[in-house]
Design a protein around this ligand. Structure first.
Ligand code: HEM
Length: 366
């Protein structure tokens, strides 16, 4: 008797939930996210782009917190406000370190995502523009890192701005926004802050929206193994899962990234050098720009923009160079070999950057 009334109450609650679900779905179209995607979308290599999105969203949240206490006026104020963030606000030091480690997670997952899409030939027709918007996101990621690291206003930051200004001088009027003389009205520091917290993230969101719309249009690329014919044939037979289950996978991996970043923040809080002094060069850049350090030692300041431009243009050209219908890495030995050579060169240059002596390029260029 009692269990009958419990069952009736439970089924009543289930009906009410279903009713509320249907009511919301009629208005918000939530069931639209349950469209089918191939089963392999839920493997880690095919979830890396989604994890990059989660890192980006967490960067925005921690960045909003830091922005409540950061003072972007002049170098001395900015540096003092970072010291304040470390010492005063509730969880300030943790948020700052988390922002730093999430940026590292963003870079690492972005690079792995790029390696996966390159190795699996996912950029091949009809997905060329998915790749191209991806390369734009790669460049914008670099801009976010650059404008972010200079905000510390320590010695490393001032040297980065000095390099920026010298390259802007080389390009003259073409690089007008990057020049320290763009306007007398506000400091260059304030403009870099605005770039970091609004211009760059807003452009990232816009380009990301196109990236994702194109992926929705073309669907996720098939698993690459076998001849082009076998790949096409397997694609039509592969089982499907709901996109909502893919979102759950991304969410779970996002929690793993957050957990790892929290642990790293606890173990290795982000450091801060003393307030920067202009006109000297005694530090090296952060690890993600270290691959450019040795080329600058060898070839001078020009190496910074020449190496970056060659990498950027080379990446943009990938879909127009490797054009065979084959996706299997074993059937694209030349291009896979070239991609591997670029990765090894990047790694060797980074190691050279870590191990080399600190050199003053400022003095060299005088
Ligand atoms: C902010 C940076 C980026 C974000 C948030 C992002 C996000 C995503 C997401 C969510 C997907 C769906 C599949 C997956 O996760 O693997 C994807 C696919 C793709 N992305 Fe990205 N991406 C970024 C940067 C890049 C870069 C730098 C490249 C290459 C230069 C790239 C190339 C591609 C390609 C070719 C696909 C299609 C993959 C397929 O169909 O298998 N993306 N991206």
């Amino acid at each position: 008797m009692e269990s009958d009334s419990v069952r009736r109450m439970e089924s009543g609650a289930a009906r009410a939930r279903a009713g509320l679900g249907a009511w919301l779905d009629d208005r918000l179209g939530l069931s639209g996210i349950r469209y089918p995607v191939p089963t392999h979308a839920n493997t880690l290599p095919y979830t890396l782009g989604g994890i990059t999105i989660v890192s980006f969203l967490l960067l925005v949240l921690t960045g909003i917190y830091l922005g409540q206490f950061y003072d972007p006026g002049e170098v001395a104020d900015s540096h003092a406000s970072v010291v304040f963030i470390i010492q005063e606000p509730f969880l300030g030091e943790l948020m700052r370190s988390l922002h730093y480690w999430l940026a590292a997670a963003f870079v690492v997952t972005l690079l792995l995502h790029m390696v996966r899409t390159f190795a699996s030939g996912a950029f091949k027709a009809p997905r060329e523009f998915v790749w191209i918007t991806g390369v734009l996101l790669f460049g914008l990621g670099g801009a976010a890192l650059f404008t972010g690291t200079v905000l510390k206003a320590d010695q490393e930051a001032l040297e980065a701005i000095e390099h920026n200004n010298e390259i802007a001088d080389l390009f003259g009027v073409m690089a007008f926004w990057f020049s320290a003389d763009f306007t007398d009205n506000v400091s260059q520091f304030l403009r870099l802050y605005i770039a970091h917290v609004s211009i760059v993230p807003v452009v990232i969101v816009g380009v990301l929206a196109v990236h994702l719309m194109l992926i929705k249009k073309h669907g996720i690329a098939p698993l690459p193994f076998g001849t082009a014919e076998e790949v096409r044939e397997r694609e039509t037979r592969e089982s499907q899962v709901s996109f909502s289950s893919h979102l759950r996978h991304i969410g779970l991996w996002g929690l793993v990234v957050l957990g790892i970043s929290l642990i790293l923040s606890g173990l290795f809080p982000t450091g801060l050098g003393p307030e920067g002094v202009e006109g000297i060069e005694v530090t090296k850049p952060p690890w993600y720009f270290l691959w450019l350090y040795q080329p600058e030692n060898w070839f001078g300041l020009d190496a910074l923009w020449v190496f970056s431009a060659v990498l950027f243009v080379g990446l943009l050209a990938v879909p127009f160079l490797d054009r065979s219908p084959e996706r299997d890495p074993r059937r694209r030995r030349f291009w896979i070999g070239l991609g591997a050579a670029v990765l090894v060169a990047w790694l060797v240059l980074t190691i050279l950057g870590v191990t080399s002596e600190v050199v003053s390029h400022v003095e060299q260029s005088e």
